[in-house]
Ligand binder design. Structure first.
Ligand code: PAF
Length: 282
């Protein structure tokens, strides 16, 4: 496994793979890897003949400097996991490498980035597209894998790749869950033991909403009420965002559910915001 910290080293390593006629499957991450990331790596490996993973805690997607500082980091453990997973190249840039001094270029999907979660976290998706664009230019992948848990992020990336004619296939990786149903996330390790137990309410509310959606004549408001009531019944949880939108364009939906519906929720426990999602087929 090659470990590259500079753009030049990463390009040389990628060119070596290309010379061997290997295609590149790319997984961008912010480190603190868990089984969810490793499932994305396996998906990249199933769709390409080599795999490249980046680890970069991207400052431009954090609104709050404290959140950025508290983001978990464990490079040695991450590298050991990626080595075991058979990854070919790990790209570990620092912030000045990705954003050279004097940098002034941003990439933004103007509609998708500023709605739903983007309203709660202004600038977040602009930071994501700006960094993913740079990472794609460096790793030059054939395919790239993003988790479906960050559903809006996946849609934003698909839109960017479409609009900018980028020759990268985007693959969504199914959400991996802990035994009790909590979606795997690097943020989970910052939850207190009591909040960690309570956090199961996200998945429970989505299960109940899905069950409700399967009953005849269920409306979008029925689904929303199930989520609101379930989260309200957990005193440690505060519902911060609930979006019920079309699964493809993320447009608002009302009335009886007659087309695929994406439910996206964000729930706060103390100072930790967790997100989860479910796509429901009527
Ligand atoms: O999903 C993430 O971990 C990040 O948003 C990403 C895609 C690595 C960009 O920094």
């Amino acid at each position: 496994m090659k470990i590259c910290r500079s753009i030049k080293d990463c390009r040389v390593a990628v060119a070596d793979l290309r010379r061997q006629d290997r295609s590149i499957g790319f997984v961008p991450t912010m480190g603190a890897l868990h089984d969810g990331h490793l499932s994305l790596v396996r998906l990249a490996q199933a769709n390409a003949t080599s795999s490249v993973v980046s680890i970069f805690v991207n400052p431009t997607q954090f609104g709050d400097a404290a959140d950025l500082d508290l983001y978990p980091r464990d490079e040695d453990r991450d590298l050991a996991l990626l080595h075991k997973a058979g990854v070919d190249i790990v790209f570990l840039p620092d912030a000045d490498t990705i954003y050279p001094p004097g940098d002034e270029t941003i990439v933004e999907t103007t509609r998708l980035a500023n709605m739903l979660h983007g309203k709660v976290r202004p600038g977040h998706f602009r930071g994501v597209t700006s960094v993913v664009n740079r990472l794609f230019n460096i790793a030059q992948p054939d395919v790239a894998v993003f988790g479906e848990k960050d559903y809006q992020q996946l849609m934003v990336i698909r839109q960017m790749v479409h609009d900018l004619h980028m020759p990268v296939g985007i693959i969504g990786g199914p959400t991996r869950r802990e035994a009790d149903g909590l979606a795997m996330s690097s943020r989970n390790q910052r939850l207190s033991p009591a909040d960690r137990l309570a956090a199961v309410v996200l998945n429970r509310s989505l299960d109940l909403a899905e069950a409700r959606a399967c009953s005849t004549g269920a409306t979008v408001d029925d689904i929303r009420n199930v989520i609101i009531d379930t989260i309200a019944a957990e005193p440690r949880a505060k519902l911060c965002g609930l979006d019920t939108v079309t699964a493809d364009g993320l447009n608002s939906l009302h009335g009886v559910i007659i087309e695929p519906l994406a439910i996206m929720i964000s729930v706060q426990f103390s100072d930790i915001l967790l997100i989860d999602q479910r796509v429901i087929q009527p």
